[in-house]
Design a protein. Structure first.
Length: 143
């Protein structure tokens, strides 16, 4: 039995160069499809979080306006009673989707109020500016 195994394994010397090149090529093709898909998925997830956070802050701003008759001046000091765990509301890192610009890097580290205090912004953009762009004609008119 041992001699039979030695005969079988005697001619096995590993993979040929061609087999390794084919394997590397297959892995490269799979990676070429997987990496962009992963990047897009992460950007869409980050965008959804930003949109959700901005909607939460906009709702808190509206409640503040109704109760106080004025716009808030600061997110952390004025909106704390309207948003649970406001101190933990922080934007993601990585990339996100803007309707006009496509995938962009996230550079800001906090949400801010617009100058007039009527809405929350992130990187200078409102909640409506985040998300996938309009796939219709470039005229901006929805058909």
């Amino acid at each position: 039995m041992i001699q039979l195994l030695r005969k079988v394994w005697k001619n096995e010397h590993g993979f040929s160069m061609l087999e390794l090149l084919v394997y590397i090529g297959i892995v490269g093709v799979i990676a070429a499809f997987a990496v962009p898909r992963y990047t897009n998925t992460m950007a869409m997830a980050n965008t959804a979080k930003i949109q959700s956070d901005l909607q939460t802050l906009d709702a808190a701003i509206t409640m503040y306006q109704l109760q106080n008759g004025t716009n808030p001046s600061d997110i952390s000091s004025d909106l704390g009673e309207y948003v649970a765990h406001l101190d933990k509301l922080s934007p993601p890192t990585g990339k996100c989707l803007l309707k006009e610009d496509g995938i962009v890097d996230i550079t800001a580290t906090e949400y801010v109020l617009a100058e007039n205090g009527e809405e929350a912004r992130f990187q200078g953009h409102t909640v409506d500016e985040f998300g996938k762009g309009n796939d219709s004609s470039s005229s901006g008119v929805n058909g």
